[in-house]
Design a protein around this ligand. Structure first.
Ligand SMILES: [Zn+2]
Length: 201
């Protein structure tokens, strides 16, 4: 993060100044919320290592993605985790797995994709717009970015929400937050089966 002491925090999504609260920065324009306390990479890594990749996880992922057409696609599983399972479930697609901690090979940047999956990853990023911007450049003309994260709205009891309690979750979004990001990225946004789906206009 590029903030220096005494500088006000700018929103990574819309570039406006954020409101500084005790434990969060919150953007009054797009509702993007960023935790002020971000754990060290070591602490994050330990948390990710403790993640269980059991049958329950595999069936959760299978169920979550069951409506997606994976036929003959080049797919980037961005932030695939320690044991990427989608590439083993959908054998009719060609997968590239990338994960900052577990599959850090940046060769994924050399391809253009039909489908880029960001499943339960974006809430872990402190610069989500920058990442979306980079990934947008890796989309084929008719490609799609599919994001899965929990959105909050005006009814959410934000500070008591379980999603904000996870120490590795640092970025939180409303639907409007993504709408703002899409406007900047010149992408179209749809909500389909719990996914935020971005595609070229
Ligand atoms: Zn904003």
């Amino acid at each position: 993060m590029s903030k220096r002491l005494g500088e006000r925090m700018k929103c990574n999504i819309c570039n406006e100044l954020m409101k500084e609260e005790t434990d969060y920065y919150i953007c009054p324009y797009c509702s993007y919320a960023l935790k002020r306390k971000i754990e060290s990479k070591e602490t994050q890594y330990k948390r990710y290592l403790a993640h269980k990749y059991d049958e329950n996880y595999i069936s959760y992922m299978k169920n979550l993605t069951r409506e997606i057409d994976f036929n003959n696609k080049l797919v980037l599983d961005f932030g695939c985790g320690q044991q990427p399972c989608l590439s083993k479930i959908y054998l009719n697609s060609k997968f590239v797995n990338y994960d900052l901690f577990f599959y850090p090979n940046e060769d994924y940047k050399l391809n253009k994709y039909d489908l880029i999956l960001i499943i339960e990853v974006i809430e872990h990023l402190e610069n989500p717009y920058d990442v979306l911007n980079e990934l947008t450049n890796l989309l084929k003309e008719d490609g799609k970015i599919m994001i899965h994260t929990m959105l909050y709205d005006e009814k959410t009891d934000f500070r008591n929400w379980w999603y904000t309690r996870d120490i590795t979750h640092i970025s939180f979004f409303k639907k409007e937050t993504f709408a703002k990001a899409c406007k900047r990225l010149n992408l179209k946004m749809e909500l389909i089966n719990g996914f935020i789906v971005l595609s070229n206009n």
